[in-house]
Design a protein around this ligand. Structure first.
Ligand SMILES: Cc1ncc(COP(=O)(O)O)c(C=O)c1O
Length: 387
């Protein structure tokens, strides 16, 4: 199988991830941060080591500012619902995933209002437009770092400057960039950074994090879930200490240990090398697809401001049918449809059918890209009559 669905979740994973998933529960399956016996300490050590590795990855000197979550969606829900109060205003963009759209929509019920900034035909959002949308009561701006539909990387630093000059907070959805692009939270300028561990970080599902920037006062972010933390148990209020304040309940110890193994792999290979490999594959893919008559490629032209996520359409074909034929006749795994980002598809002129999305990863080869291009060329020559 040619796996081109890494934007949904990366596959395969580094071997150490499978090994850790298979062995950790037997070796250290106690509850971390609760009991004081050796196996519980071993479980805690694994979780905290992963926290330290993530901190190193994004240049953060206080690992306790990394709050573990179930996935990017969970982290975004904490960032959005933990900051916003009734009558606050939020600025966001049409390029967002439903994990931003839907929590914001749900908050309309408590009087939160949202302004959505549009994107240009390549999916880029202009910082000036964010600035123009800010209001006196704008508390939060939520922007995706890179689109999961066409890979466009937004000018986050410039957006951060605009947001901070206004006194608002910036929440960045880094689901598609963490592990794929090298960056520090400081250089990015995000006050809050949300991501999952299962995409370019190459960890397992059920892992993710929300990061509080070193300069952010934790009082700005309320917990959205209360419960046991293993500390201050005599009190009936959530502890103030980080990360316990936001980490009620037992974390995904096994998944986080495996994420730690994935991070070891990333450090060994180097994010720069991963980014360079994926950039080369993306350019090859875009060039190859663009040469096929009847194929429309939806990807930014500038190779610097994009990640390895490429959408396309074929004249005479519905995206969903392309996905089925690619899977069944060519053994190519991809994603089709709206990619949980309907307004992004609309902005790119691919609504309501959505797109076909190829997302290579670090383990994808040039030969696989060439085979995928050849398969698309074959489909483009034979308009489908399945229906
Ligand atoms: C841009 C973006 N944000 C958020 C998410 C949600 O990620 P998760 O499945 O880890 O909750 C995704 C996943 O596809 C995404 O691409």
């Amino acid at each position: 199988m040619i796996y081109l669905d890494n934007a949904a979740t990366s596959w395969p994973k580094p071997p150490a991830v499978y090994e850790t998933l298979g062995s950790f529960l037997q070796r250290a399956g106690a509850n971390p941060g609760r009991s004081a016996h050796r196996m519980a300490l071993e479980a805690s050590r694994a979780v905290e080591e992963t926290r330290r590795k993530l901190a190193r990855l994004i240049g953060l000197s206080q690992p306790e500012r990394i709050v573990f979550t179930l996935n990017a969606t969970d982290a975004l829900n904490l960032g959005i619902k933990g900051v916003l109060s009734p009558n606050d205003h939020v600025v966001t963009t049409v390029m967002e995933h439903n994990s931003v759209r839907r929590p914001l929509r749900a908050l309309e019920a408590i009087g939160v209002t949202t302004t959505k900034v549009s994107a240009d035909p390549e999916g880029f959002v202009a910082p000036e437009q964010i600035k123009a949308a800010l209001r006196p009561n704008t508390r939060l701006v939520v922007v995706t770092h890179a689109s999961n539909v066409n890979g466009a990387v937004q000018p986050i630093r410039e957006i951060a400057d605009v947001v901070h000059a206004h006194g608002a907070l910036l929440l960045v959805d880094a689901a598609q960039t963490i592990g794929a692009l090298p960056f520090s939270i400081e250089a990015l300028g995000a006050d809050l950074l949300a991501f999952g561990g299962h995409k370019a970080l190459m960890g397992p599902p059920g892992t993710g994090a929300l990061v509080l920037a070193p300069w952010l006062d934790p009082a700005e972010l309320s917990p959205i879930r209360e419960g046991g933390t293993g500390i201050n148990s005599e009190e009936d209020v959530q502890p103030r200490e980080l990360p316990a304040r936001y980490e009620a309940g037992t974390v995904n110890t096994v998944g986080l240990a495996a994420l730690g193994a994935a991070l070891d792999f990333l450090f060994e290979v180097g994010i720069d090398r991963i980014a360079a490999h994926e950039r080369a594959l993306t350019a090859r893919l875009i060039d190859g697809l663009s040469d096929i008559p009847g194929v429309r490629v939806l990807a930014p032209r500038d190779p610097v401001h994009r990640v390895a996520v490429v959408s396309f359409l074929i004249d005479g074909w519905e995206p969903v049918d392309i996905g089925t034929v690619l899977d069944q006749a060519f053994g190519i795994a991809c994603r089709t449809g709206l990619h949980c980002a309907p307004e992004a598809c609309q902005a790119l002129g691919a609504f309501p059918g959505g797109t076909v999305r190829f997302s290579p990863g670090f383990f994808t080869t040039e030969e696989e890209i060439d085979q995928a291009i050849a398969a698309v060329a074959e489909l483009a020559r034979t308009p489908l009559q399945l229906r």
